[in-house]
Design a protein around this ligand. Structure first.
Ligand code: ADP
Length: 197
């Protein structure tokens, strides 16, 4: 089937879409354990970006799993397919000129590498939300660690499914050191000179 498909050249391109928004697009790809603080910091970051008149979008794990990825489970293969779809969506949003924040566990190094490849190295910023497992487990904001420990929830990252921390993330936030406003300030600081036209 794919051999009969030819990508159509669009008249308006990424640079025009971004220019009208007076920004350069980027994807801030958050990774970390469940409960690490990805969604919390991602939301606060998007708020800060919007306050700076940036055009943004936030892709969040649970929301995507309720829609585009609702046919997927939590096997290794399904996790890989989940991340592949998110990467393709983020790529479209980059083409639209947006600053995208993604909040997915994205546990496997190779899947994050694929996301970087799909989106393009120039736009991809890996943000490691680093929180030790015992801290995530004590926060347990959704009660999922408790469920996983009791055996009621299988393939849970950190318990019976692997998490591979980034080897060389562009930004590392240690949430035991930085509260949410500090984390946001660090990421905003990193973006200076990278998202202006
Ligand atoms: P994730 O999206 O990584 O699964 P959430 O953002 O849903 O994690 O939950 C993280 C929880 O940890 C929230 O209840 C948040 O208020 C809390 N928390 C405590 N300290 C921090 C911090 N420094 N940064 C981010 N979240 C924190």
């Amino acid at each position: 089937m794919a051999e009969n498909l030819v990508a159509h050249q669009m008249v308006i391109d990424r640079s025009q879409r971004s220019a009208i928004k007076q920004q350069r697009p980027a994807v801030l790809w958050f990774t970390g354990l469940s409960g690490a603080g990805k969604s919390t910091i991602a939301n606060a970051l998007e708020q800060a970006l919007v306050e700076h008149h940036r055009h943004t979008y936030l892709l969040d794990g649970d929301n995507m799993r309720l829609g585009l990825c609702r046919d997927l489970g939590f096997s290794d293969d399904d996790r890989t397919e989940n991340i592949r779809r998110i990467a393709e969506v983020a790529k479209l949003f980059v083409d639209a000129g947006l600053i995208v924040v993604t909040a997915f566990i994205s546990p496997f190094q190779r899947d994050r590498a694929l996301a970087r490849e799909v989106i393009g190295d120039a736009f991809f910023v890996e943000v490691y939300i680093s929180t030790p497992l015992p801290e995530c487990e004590s926060r347990d904001p959704k009660g999922l660690y408790k469920k996983a420990r009791s055996g009621a929830l299988k393939n849970f990252t950190g318990i019976d499914s692997l998490y591979e921390p980034p080897v060389n993330p562009d930004i590392c936030i240690d949430t035991l050191e930085d509260d949410v406003p500090n984390a946001v300030a660090k990421i905003m600081q990193y973006l200076v000179g990278r998202i202006e036209p």
